[in-house]
Design a binder for this molecule. Structure first.
Ligand SMILES: NC(=O)c1ccc[n+]([C@@H]2O[C@H](COP(=O)([O-])OP(=O)(O)OC[C@H]3O[C@@H](n4cnc5c(N)ncnc54)[C@H](OP(=O)(O)O)[C@@H]3O)[C@@H](O)[C@H]2O)c1
Length: 290
């Protein structure tokens, strides 16, 4: 059995309720309405008063994901863990671990609450991640690896460990080639996945994932992939976890080239959470960039 690494009164009772909500959603069923967590058509889930401060804080943080219903529009949450100077890894690609155990636990919770976890090809190549929920109780999401040019090795853990379903996303024109590498059941070919400049069209990607019943997407990195979702207006929420570390000349997090005055720049509504030694910014991008 997987164990929570953080013990907080009330969180142990709340988390199974969160998982139940997500399992109902994945089955296409309406939100469960219980005494502890009450469903309202207009405001989503509300939590009763008698929970610990830690449980109430967790609820506030994950409520936007819990409020997704089977009929909701597709919804995307991203995350980046970064240094004080905005880097998500060293230049050589070392990102393990910029943030502490509390943020890692939170990432596994977000995986458990999402239908799919999405990573870019560089993250898959460098980190060789498992993308499972092994640090929390909860079901693994579908693992989605975006590799338009089929540069990734089939030996990577996501393609070979069988721990959870995996989809290698490539252009539809290369679907057969991808199937020979990792097996047809692990391939999702998307028509016109990349534009003339080679950049991934994340709207096309999102539509293809919705076609597979994957409507709540957790984009876990890296910076190029998260930035593409943001630039193309396809990210609803971003969890930015900042660690007290300075990484000189590292890999950048958000890359959003814009020639705007400071007055014109987006200032998304946000909440700030303390996570061990790190600080997590929960940014409501949809409110900032309709
Ligand atoms: N701190 C965090 O929260 C966090 C989270 C995830 C990842 N990371 C770190 O972020 C880094 C990766 O992020 P990123 O922004 O550079 O890229 P990414 O978003 O993971 O992947 C996107 C790009 O990967 C490129 N790519 C580069 N090297 C590749 C290779 N060896 N094989 C296949 N594709 C490759 C692709 O280029 P083409 O367009 O040419 O195909 C694509 O544009 C890693 O060091 C990882 O450890 C940190």
């Amino acid at each position: 059995m997987k164990a929570e690494t953080l013990a907080a009164p009330g969180v142990e009772a709340l988390w199974p309720l969160c998982l139940h909500i997500v399992r109902q959603r994945r089955l296409g069923k309406p939100p469960p309405d219980g005494a502890a967590l009450t469903w309202h058509e207009s405001q989503g889930f509300t939590l009763g008063d008698d929970w610990s401060a830690q449980a109430a804080e967790l609820f506030t943080l994950v409520k936007p994901v819990l409020d997704r219903t089977p009929g909701s529009t597709p919804w995307v949450i991203g995350q980046l863990g970064q240094s004080l100077n905005g880097c998500i890894a060293t230049r050589s690609g070392d990102a393990n671990y910029i943030n502490g155990a509390e943020v890692l636990l939170h990432l596994h919770r977000l995986r458990a609450l999402s239908d799919a976890v999405v990573v870019g090809a560089a993250t898959a190549a460098i980190d060789n991640p498992q993308l499972t929920t092994r640090h929390v109780e909860g079901d693994n999401p579908v693992r989605v690896v975006v590799d338009p040019t089929l540069r990734l090795s089939p030996a990577l853990r996501v393609f070979s460990d069988g721990a959870a379903p995996t989809l290698l996303v490539c252009d539809a024109s290369r679907e057969a080639e991808a199937a020979r590498r990792v097996g047809a059941e692990q391939v999702l070919g998307v028509p016109h996945l990349t534009g003339p400049d080679g950049a991934v069209d994340v709207r096309a990607l999102r539509a293809a994932l919705v076609g597979r019943g994957l409507r709540v997407l957790f984009v876990e990195g890296g910076g190029i992939t998260v930035s593409r979702f943001m630039r193309q207006g396809c990210m609803d929420r971003l969890h930015l976890s900042i660690a007290s570390v300075v990484i000189g000349d590292g890999r950048p997090g958000l890359l959003l080239p814009q020639d705007l005055s400071l007055r014109e720049c987006a200032r998304p509504p946000c909440r700030v959470y303390r996570m061990g030694a790190d600080v997590l910014w929960d940014l409501d991008l949809r409110a900032a960039m309709p």
